[in-house]
Design a protein around this ligand. Structure first.
Ligand code: SIN
Length: 287
């Protein structure tokens, strides 16, 4: 597609593009929205520059892509349950998202995308890395792809948000609510097919995947560790340096992300809205 309403500038080989020339606070017409959707599918994570959004405008833009999936564990912005606060205070030692993960993979119908809007940034650092799970899948050998095709994996929020996750959360106690509901386990295919692009992607992540279905954690771990390391290979990633007013929108199905925790003693605050999705489609069943 040739873009006429937005300017799209790719930032890396595997994924990621900046989008300029659009005001997300405006009531965008269908042709502008179609270009934004296309850029989102082409690049898997897009960064809208120079936005000035109230919480209402952030919510209204997110709703153009679907229902909002209210996060069950993060601290909400007062008066706006749709907005989860991604916040690190100067005395916190850990951050939110400081490990490779896919948002909400612990849900039966994981979020389709997340929109993260920069409100307060440290002077330096606090970048976010993204990785393309299309690229990770496509770089596997044919034999490994065949082996993974029939596998499913168990995901849960227990390690991050379960009632016993205090030790994991030391240094960021005020950032989450720990809850029994995080113990629920769901199963997803390890290789999935994207419902819009038809491409296959790898769907396991170190944050929330516990084991392969019908296997023990010990049996699963060696292959899972290989896949986590593989998925984070530098050539599958991009690194984004936030600017005030940037809104990132990532496709949560075919990406992972990692928030770099290198700005101790400073505050960083972003507002995140996750958009509801559907249960992932098994890659093996794809045409
Ligand atoms: C997240 O994992 O959603 C947070 C990412 C970030 O803070 O950069």
């Amino acid at each position: 597609m040739d873009f006429e309403r937005i300017e799209v500038r790719p930032i890396a080989g595997a994924l990621g593009a900046e989008i300029a020339g659009v005001d997300l606070a405006a009531d965008l017409d269908n042709s502008a929205m179609a270009e934004i959707r296309q850029a989102f599918f082409d690049h898997a994570v897009v960064f809208f520059l120079d936005q000035q959004l109230t919480p209402e405008q952030h919510i209204a833009f997110a709703r153009r892509f679907g229902e909002i999936d209210i996060n069950k564990f993060f601290e909400q912005l007062e008066g706006y349950p749709e907005i989860a606060q991604v916040r690190k205070e100067p005395l916190d030692t850990q951050n939110i998202g400081g490990g490779w993960h896919t948002d909400h993979s612990y849900d039966a119908a994981p979020a389709m995308g997340s929109m993260l809007y920069a409100r307060e940034l440290p002077a330096l650092g606090g970048d976010t890395l993204f990785a393309s799970m299309y690229a990770a899948y496509e770089a596997l050998s044919p034999g490994m792809r065949r082996m993974l095709a029939g596998l499913r994996a168990v995901h849960s929020g227990a390690r991050a948000f379960g009632p016993d996750a205090h030790a994991n959360n030391a240094g960021r106690e005020a950032q989450f609510k720990l809850s029994e509901i995080a113990l629920a386990e769901v199963e997803h295919p390890v290789v999935c097919t994207h419902p819009d692009t038809g491409r296959k992607y790898l769907y396991v992540n170190g944050g929330f995947t516990l084991r392969f279905s019908e296997m023990t954690e010990a049996e699963s771990l060696p292959l899972l560790l290989f896949l986590y390391r593989h998925a984070a290979r530098p050539e599958f990633t991009c690194r984004y340096r936030w600017q005030p007013g940037t809104l990132a929108f990532w496709d949560n199905r075919c990406t992972q992300h990692f928030a770099v925790n290198d700005y101790h003693g400073e505050r960083r605050l972003l507002h995140r809205i996750t958009i509801a999705g559907a249960p992932p489609i098994a890659g093996a069943a794809a045409a």
